[in-house]
Design a protein around this ligand. Sequence first.
Ligand code: HSE
Length: 304
Amino acid sequence: MLRICVPATTANLGPGFDCLGMALALYNYLEVIEDDSDCLRLEVRGEGEKTLARNDENLIPRVMADFFTRVGHVSGGLRLVLENNIPIGKGLGSSAAAVAGALVAANHLAGSPLTRGQLLELGAAWEGHPDNVAAALYGGVVVTARAQERIICRRFDPPPRLRVVVAVPNFVLPTSASRRVLPAAVPVEDAVFNVGRTGLLVLALLQNDLELLAVATEDRLHQPYRAPMIPGLLQVFQAARQAGALGVTLSGAGPAVVAFVTGEEDSVGEAMCRAFRAHGVACRTQVLAPSREGAFLVGADSGQ
Ligand code: HSE
């Protein structure tokens, strides 16, 4: 029996569209039991237990089956138990966690033929962008770039005092819908705006220079276009800053919002919720530490 633990992730971190990500200490668990049957049994607990497919249309068995085909592994029957804590369709990397968990599990079952870098290539192909899945596989803060057919990824540990206040609105925004509103081209001054901030953001997190986050989390590449789809977003940003957040951004494609703080208290979360509520949106908040760990095997028992 295998048990894989996979973190939630927040992508972009403001200006680093499709390139930066951070793992968060909120985890999904995937249990995999191989047997002699040739069938798939899938159980879902927690987030998605009423909505996720329980057959081979579920993302996890699809990713595992594709992996096995690629590496030429013949698997037995599979019993999968998903214990989901990451909200679905909110921009917190639930699909990246499914993909990363499936890849790590399948790789282990096949005798670990692929490196983590190769798992990232596969995961990014499933996701369409590498930022969430890189953070889900490597943990910490990740910087990714595509170079020809390859993905370059480096990770580093987040500042120890950093906490992430996550405000999760009660509506779902599919990533595909949130990407459709993005323009095909942007003004060069907006690109320059983001290039400088992305560099500053990496330095702020690497050097624990958290005051930089106010400027370094600003963005002109995606948030302005997505804001109309998230009622009150700009007011939520403002409320977070006024309540003392060091920086605040949309989490990935949204609709969740993440604010960076250094304390455990949730006054920033309360302020964000009030601002969402003023726009007719109910939300819940959580203060999370970043996760240094990417997807990992909690326990392996060959059962033999
Ligand atoms: N970088 C992706 C986007 C993340 O912003 O669309 C999706 O979670």
